[in-house]
Design a protein around this ligand. Sequence first.
Ligand SMILES: Nc1ncnc2c1ncn2[C@@H]1O[C@H](COP(=O)(O)OP(=O)(O)OP(=O)(O)O)[C@@H](O)[C@H]1O
Length: 261
Amino acid sequence: MSQRSDAPASSPRFGEVVAAGHHVTKVYGEGETAVTALAGVSAQFVSGEFTAIMGPSGSGKSTFMHCLAGLDTPTSGSAWIGDTELGSLDEARLTKLRRERIGFVFQSFNLLPTLTALENITLPCDLAGITPDPAWLQELVSTLGLADRLGHRPDQLSGGQQQRVACARALASRPAIVFADEPTGNLDSRAGAQVLSFLQMSAEILGQTVVMVTHDPVAAAYAGRALFLADGRLVHEMAKPSAAGVLEQMKAFDAGQQAVR
Ligand SMILES: Nc1ncnc2c1ncn2[C@@H]1O[C@H](COP(=O)(O)OP(=O)(O)OP(=O)(O)O)[C@@H](O)[C@H]1O
């Protein structure tokens, strides 16, 4: 895939902050049954960066991602996409922003079963009233190895092919940011590696900002940066994570030790 020089003028410039959470706190429930899922997490995501959010089960990874993407609302603190604070938007504006500026990849693919692969890929653009750039679509489809599968419905595709369709769907509108929640959780290691290589390349070559929640150190090693959550707090950050380094860090947290440097 070649570097593109014809990105829309509204595309973020390299190094620009495209998403941020400021002191994001999320408490579910009230009183004695209240659960503090996030306790004041702040992080910034700059253009072209591929960030993995790591942490043990229940550490708040998905809640943080959902708050950043406007799928959940912080109890206090704020979440930003570009210079828009999501809490300032009503539901209609939030839906519009999600459709126009955010791409999603979920563990369970979330493709519509009655639509073909191509119809699934273009659905968010159709809903947002955006006409996807045909050359860009073709490039995505060929890079993801989907050219001869576009007329198939999801039940006629392997899990790996379905997740590659979901990746094409996420990038079709050239969103400001792609959020991927355990994108390889339902895939074998080979299909998972294809999806992760694509996400890595989309950041490194296309400048696509990607934030991925994962528990898998091997998956995190595809990212350029890993953030570690524990008990709803941001406890460590690692640049250029290796699988071994991430594993060591996770073991240290399990053992209640300080961050490994
Ligand atoms: N809707 C909810 N109602 C009540 N508690 C919730 C809700 N969603 C999440 N929680 C709680 O918030 C905490 C953080 O959950 P979250 O799903 O963000 O963690 P996670 O790190 O993504 O976990 P996992 O890796 O297991 O998916 C957990 O204690 C969870 O039980």
